[in-house]
Design a protein. Structure first.
Lengths: 147, 92, 147, 92
């Protein structure tokens, strides 16, 4: 259990595939883990009229977000028999095709890791004070609305 | 002592200062990320003052947080409280 | 849609974190993707009496398994609005702490990728003719039973 | 032509050969991964013969697949059919 460890969630810019590979590889020594569930949020190049989204610029109320991430983490460990969980979220500019959210849960059996991962993603989307500003191809921008 | 305490309370009240942090699309309206106000007693009073100062806020859906906790009803404010104006989140 | 592409599912030995990173990175150019869901099955060092599982040796009825993976793939694309899906399963020896199953789904919105990934994992566990032989620390072995 | 066809059918039947593929824990009992049988007409008949040859199969739960399709009832066999003995799967 690492439920007491308050790890850094926000990373500047996109979350790279090698960073994800490192996170996975670190669990090689935790041989009681049988299942990992990973969620990755990727920036889409949605069309907006004649334009398309080329990047999203993320800002946050960081102090409140850190508290909220910690609360979600504590709640997740209470609700699900997890061995590990990690959340990483981008701040600043993330281009379309790049990854801005990485949620990673591990447990003995698959059902718990899968259920926890989905539950955490929903809570992040609904409760964490982060805002995305969509940068369009003509250099205008608009505020993202989560669905 | 009692007299001094009263005096300090009054002094404090009359110079009560709160910080207002602004995020997301609301920054487009205020033009800045943080505001200072004095002698605002409640979130309701703050809400009315903000609306008078920035009429465009009328059309914006947002929540307020007092010291990082979202509030859903009128809340008394104290000196050095930090109030955040939170439009709908769009992280992830 | 790549539903017609019959890609190779079985890999010899464990699935490495850099392999997973490459699979993720390849989706960087598919900018209509908004969400990836990944499941990783990792070999556990379960205790068995005095011994513990040090590795699992996977064998398969490959011809039938390939048909079944293809059927699951086709069904997944019919059932869920996926942009991509990939399955990789190990054959041969995979040590405890290493990864033997990798299911990867991608879609516009998160719910579809997450639901599809879980659905695919369940079908693989139940329907694909693969057997794991648990190699114990004293070099004896026993056949794995899925829960 | 008709006579020849009949002759061929009979010839074929009397030398009908099936392959039986063996997997997982059943290989511990048979000692090998594939077996050949001639003149077995159905999966039911095969089941009985296997049980006589390998009495330990009694305690093993398994399904049969004929030409890669799992069958749940007695199924007629044809020359060159491939039958697989499938103990519970444990992939992933």
């Amino acid at each position: 259990m690492e439920s007491k460890k308050k790890h850094k969630v926000f990373v500047e810019g996109p979350i790279s595939p090698p960073f994800i590979a490192d996170a996975i590889a670190k669990h090689n020594s935790k041989t009681n883990i049988g299942a990992h569930s990973l969620f990755l949020g990727q920036v889409r190049n949605d069309r907006v009229g004649e334009q398309e989204v080329v990047a999203i610029e993320y800002t946050s109320y960081q102090e409140m977000a850190d508290d909220k991430f910690y609360e979600i983490r504590e709640d997740a460990f209470k609700k699900f028999p997890l061995i590990c969980m990690h959340i990483y979220h981008s701040l600043g500019l993330v281009k379309s095709g790049e990854i801005s959210l990485f949620v990673f849960t591990s447990s003995v059996h698959r059902k718990e890791a899968i259920a926890a991962c989905e539950w955490i993603v929903e809570r992040i989307k609904n409760e964490v004070p982060v805002w995305g500003k969509e940068i369009l191809s003509n250099e205008t921008s608009q505020w993202k609305l989560n669905t | 002592m009692h007299i001094l305490a009263n005096y300090l309370t009054e002094f404090k009240n009359s110079n009560m200062e709160i910080s207002v942090l602004v995020f997301g699309q609301i920054t487009d309206i205020t033009g800045k990320g943080s505001l200072k106000f004095t002698d605002i007693k409640s979130t309701g009073e703050l809400y009315q003052l903000l609306l008078k100062t920035y009429p465009q806020l009328e059309s914006i859906k947002y929540l307020m947080a007092v010291n990082k906790k979202i509030i859903h009803e009128n809340t008394m404010l104290m000196d050095e409280d930090t109030i955040a104006l939170l439009p709908p989140f769009s992280g992830g």
